[in-house]
Ligand binder design. Structure first.
Ligand code: PCA
Length: 326
């Protein structure tokens, strides 16, 4: 009797042990700075589902939307240090670390999706190398929509923006404020609605999706569709966390990432027009910029392109040359 019990106990322990090996699970946290309903976040949620399915539940990714785990500017460091195994960043937020992060935020360099894809292709090896040196692996990148100007008052030229309170989300959007004589305030998207409601912000540049997600139409009634640049989000994983996976699991994650990138670019482009329609339905006036406003903004873009080339040096020039050649 005693014997029988011991054997059962051993069997139970063995089942537990082997069971835990068979179901060895990797858990990744993936913080993002944008709301769960945004197409970027939905795309990442789908990626997490695909990874779960393709690895038979071996890799479980928990998406933390809307800057709930880390604030936007903190996510890169969190991934780098392993505080979060994965995360989504806006590349342009890290312009002060290296100019390559700022490239897709330079106005009027790449303004359509095919151009944005070309710029992405030309800059991808340099971006991957830079991040790899920081212990970070790139999983995929997805664009926002071409950036336009939200404004409380109607504007015919940049002179109309002089002195107004301007929300910046990156060093480049702060630089634009400086060049046009507006007053920049750095505010990430998760805090933007509150900033507009309290009158801290009268104007900013971003996409239709951000205007919609932050209910900008409740505070600012004009959108000037300047189509000035197309910034990108990058979905990153801590290199050590990725390297700890076995080969088939790595392959499954990379396949899901490639699918997410293809899907993300397609959805971004499809939703661009849709968001502008949704904004218009909620009372936003969608304006084609006047010739003067367009010329003024292009002048700002020219200055910023020249500045970028100066700080990015020969390596940067090579990327821009490769982009322009294609
Ligand atoms: N939305 C983000 C970044 C670029 C965009 O379109 C934001 O405004 O914070």
């Amino acid at each position: 009797m005693k014997h029988k019990f011991a054997r059962a106990a051993i069997a139970a322990v063995a089942a537990l042990t082997f069971g835990s090996i068979a179901f060895a699970q990797t858990k990744w946290d993936l913080p993002t700075a944008y709301p769960a309903t945004n197409y970027h976040t939905e795309n990442i949620a789908q990626f997490a589902k695909d990874v779960d399915a393709a690895t038979g539940g071996k890799v479980k990714i928990t998406v933390h939307a809307n800057a709930s785990l880390f604030k936007a500017p903190e996510i890169k460091r969190a991934v780098q240090s392993g505080q979060a195994q994965a995360g989504e960043i806006l590349l342009a937020n890290f312009a002060n670390e290296n100019p390559i992060y700022a490239l897709d935020g330079v106005p009027f360099l790449a303004t359509t999706y095919p151009e944005a894809m070309k710029l992405y292709t030309a800059s991808k090896p340099a971006l991957e190398k830079l991040l790899a040196a920081q212990g970070i692996k790139v999983l995929f990148m997805v664009p926002w929509a071409p950036q336009g100007i939200y404004s409380k008052k109607e504007i015919g030229s940049v002179a109309d923006l002089r002195g107004i309170k301007w929300r910046a989300y990156s060093p480049a959007t702060a630089k634009i404020a400086e060049l046009i004589g507006a007053q920049p305030v750095q505010i990430q998207q998760a805090e933007l609605s509150a900033a507009m409601a309290t009158g801290v912000i009268e104007s900013y540049m971003s996409s239709g999706s951000t205007g919609y997600d932050t209910k900008t139409y409740e505070s600012l009634k004009n959108f000037y569709d300047t189509q000035a640049w197309i910034p990108k989000n990058a979905i990153l994983v801590n290199a050590k966390s990725f390297d700890a996976l076995d080969a088939p699991t790595k392959a499954a994650v990379l396949k899901a990432a490639a699918d997410a990138e293809t899907r993300g670019w397609k959805v971004a482009e499809e939703k661009n027009a849709e968001y502008k329609k949704l904004l218009a339905e909620r009372g936003m006036k969608i304006h084609k910029p006047s010739a003067k406003l367009d010329a003024d903004m292009r002048q700002v873009g020219g200055i910023m392109q020249a500045d970028w080339l100066k700080v990015a040096g020969a390596d940067g020039a090579a990327i821009v040359d490769a982009y322009k050649k294609k």
